[in-house]
Design a binder for this molecule. Structure first.
Ligand SMILES: [Zn+2]
Length: 340
């Protein structure tokens, strides 16, 4: 059965695996990203990982190529990293217009693997959505919205059974849909984006103002330092307090669900999908979040699209990106890639 090497490039760690066409993860490992040495070094690192996997695989002839998921904007040829704020050049600036696929292919040439392995690059959230579509919660549907809730709010669309990229390959940025016209400033420069309200910083900011402005008793007063430091664990602390019945935390998650449901309700009216799949750390809040999303979607969308859409948690967690990156090679039809 066909296999692909899957690479997930993060600012601090590169995770990789070997994935079969059936969606089995045959191997998984990770190591520190050589980000401090610049993009060419990262390309060489990815090629060397591929060489190691290829040389030790039981059936190297089954490996068709390398699918790479990377944060940031990827161009329409899926070869160039147009902008990745969390990956840096030698001079400390963020990656812009980095020909990452060329760097990888040049390094493969130098390793004597020239032409043997195809290389395809995709935005990491699109890869996650593709993974859930083919191997997770989205199996069998044709039209689906995918979202990740974490530090940022990512999104992707599957329309007619294919990943949808739009005219300039940037489609699916659900996190930057405006929810509150004069709301908090977002990292993208706009105000009141979904991400500015329910991303990690927005969630914590709303929690802090709920605690201080209303002077209510809450178990979260014990976690004020972690909240103020925007600690990575802070969203889970708020979720835990909510599950334990803390009124302030419950209200913060109810509002979070309303904001997300408002956006999904509009999207349901626009594209009439069968499914919205929500993953990422904050989505693990589960029962204190999902019913509020559902209720708001039903309240906002017209009857027919509201009756059609199901809102479900992602099935694969962190593995979805690995499965989706491999699918760039193994399932080009679903990845929306036309045969060369
Ligand atoms: Zn934004």
């Amino acid at each position: 059965m066909n296999q692909a090497i899957s690479i997930d490039v993060g600012g601090t760690q590169i995770k990789w695996g070997l994935v079969s066409e059936a969606g089995e993860i045959l191997l998984r490992e990770q190591e520190a990203t050589e980000a401090q040495a610049g993009p060419m070094a990262v390309g060489a690192q990815i090629a060397d990982i591929a060489r190691r996997v290829y040389e030790t695989a039981p059936d190297p002839d089954a490996i068709l190529g390398i699918g790479v998921g990377c944060p940031g904007l990827i161009d329409e040829t899926r070869e160039i990293n147009m902008f990745s704020p969390n990956l840096y050049n030698l001079d400390g600036t963020s990656w812009r217009d980095i020909p990452l696929v060329k760097h990888i292919k040049d390094a493969l040439d130098a390793l004597g693997l020239s032409g043997r392995l195809d290389v395809r690059l995709e935005n990491d959230v699109n890869a996650m959505v593709l993974g859930e579509f083919l191997y997770g919660a989205g199996r069998g549907v044709q039209d689906m919205i995918g979202m990740t809730l974490g530090t940022g709010v990512g999104g992707g669309l599957v329309l007619g059974g294919r990943l949808y990229r739009g005219a300039g390959s940037t489609a699916g940025e659900i996190g930057h849909m405006t929810v509150v016209p004069d709301g908090p400033m977002c990292g993208c420069g706009n105000f009141g984006c979904l991400e500015a309200l329910v991303g990690k910083a927005g969630l914590i900011e709303r929690t802090l103002s709920a605690i201080t402005a209303r002077g209510r008793t809450t178990s979260l007063e014990d976690s004020l330092d972690a909240l103020k430091a925007l600690d990575d664990d802070a969203p889970q602390m708020i979720a835990k307090a909510a599950r334990e019945g803390d009124a302030v935390a419950l209200e913060v998650f109810a509002d979070t669900g309303r904001y997300i449901g408002t956006v999904l309700g509009s999207l349901a009216n626009l594209i009439n999908p069968e499914l919205a799949v929500i993953g990422g750390g904050i989505s693990r809040a589960g029962d204190v979040l999902f019913p509020h999303i559902e209720r708001e979607v039903r309240a906002r969308a017209m009857k027919q699209p509201a009756d059609t859409i199901r809102v479900v948690p992602a099935e694969h967690g962190n593995d979805a990106g690995m499965l989706g990156s491999a699918a760039l090679i193994l399932r080009p039809d679903a990845a929306g890639i036309d045969a060369a």
